[in-house]
Design a protein around this ligand. Structure first.
Ligand SMILES: [Zn+2]
Length: 281
């Protein structure tokens, strides 16, 4: 028997949740739409929430029409169809055209799970004796100076100087986006599908689990250290994804000034999805 559990929470009550997910009996996918300062423009009137939701919808549609297709091909097709969906109304050649990071799991009848990670979403899975943890850190390997400037202590997050530093970071990252040697995200270039990190594992063992996180949710481990990956997976499986996200928000509320954990966004949209192969008995 296969169980899926998912929770998603917007980082701000005033803004749309730019995380999205889709689940079918043989597919789970999460996407995290990228935000950029509105005055820098993105050539699109739909926005990142639309992009992420449309993308996961097309991933699901591609999987339905081609159940045996590899996750890289599903993502490439979804990028192409999402781009087509706004090519008539928006400037899809804009360097800041809406984009998303992605994590995906597909399940085949032979008991093999195939996974894909593109950008800073994270896959965590019982893949045998060890826990498999996959995230794509190519973005964090670009724009070092601009990121360090944003995280520098002493610059208030509501100051003009901070806003200027954020702009500089976004523009520096755009120059590396979907370029060889830079980082890859789902945007307008289907090649991002084949630039994803991928793998497969046996997935039919009872008690085996896999989880997908957007970076707003994986922070509970990789930024705050409140959980290790094994304990985060345990909370997902026992108390559930809502409980894990509540723990995350509690920690962030206690750390309003971001002194303890310097970060660009105080609270980000957060999504955690668990796929659990449970006992039929
Ligand atoms: Zn658009």
């Amino acid at each position: 028997m296969l169980e899926f559990r998912v929770a998603t929470d917007p980082g701000s009550p005033d803004k749309p949740n730019e995380d999205a997910f889709a689940i079918l009996p043989t597919l789970a996918v999460v996407a995290d739409g990228a935000t950029s300062p509105p005055h820098l423009g993105d050539g699109c009137f739909h926005g990142p929430a639309w992009y992420a939701q449309t993308l996961v919808g097309f991933v699901a549609a591609a999987h339905l029409s081609r159940p045996a297709a590899e996750p890289t091909d599903l993502l490439a097709e979804a990028i192409e169809r999402t781009t087509q969906a706004h090519s008539g109304t928006c400037d899809i050649s804009h360097p800041g055209s809406p984009s998303a990071t992605v994590a995906m799991l597909t399940l085949s009848p032979d008991g093999i799970a195939r996974w894909l990670v593109l950008g800073d979403c994270t896959l965590v899975a019982d893949a045998g004796p060890d826990l498999l943890v996959v995230s794509d850190d190519r973005l964090s390997n670009t724009s070092h100076a601009e990121r360090a400037a944003v995280k520098e202590p002493g610059v208030a997050s509501d100051s003009a100087e901070y806003a200027r530093r954020i702009d500089a970071l976004v523009l520096a990252q755009r120059a590396h986006r979907n370029r060889p040697g830079g980082f890859w995200v789902a945007a307008t270039d289907p090649q991002a599908g084949s630039e994803s990190l991928t793998g497969s594992m046996a997935a039919d063992a009872v008690g085996r689990r896999a989880a997908l996180f957007t970076d707003g949710a994986s922070r509970i481990v990789d930024l705050y250290g409140i959980h290790s990956w094994p304990t985060a997976l345990k909370v997902l499986d026992s108390a559930g994804p809502c409980d894990l996200l509540r723990q995350l928000r509690t920690a962030e509320t206690r750390d309003q000034v971001a002194d303890s954990f310097p970060r660009v966004k105080m609270r980000d949209d957060a999504t955690a999805l668990l796929c659990n192969w449970s006992d039929d008995a």
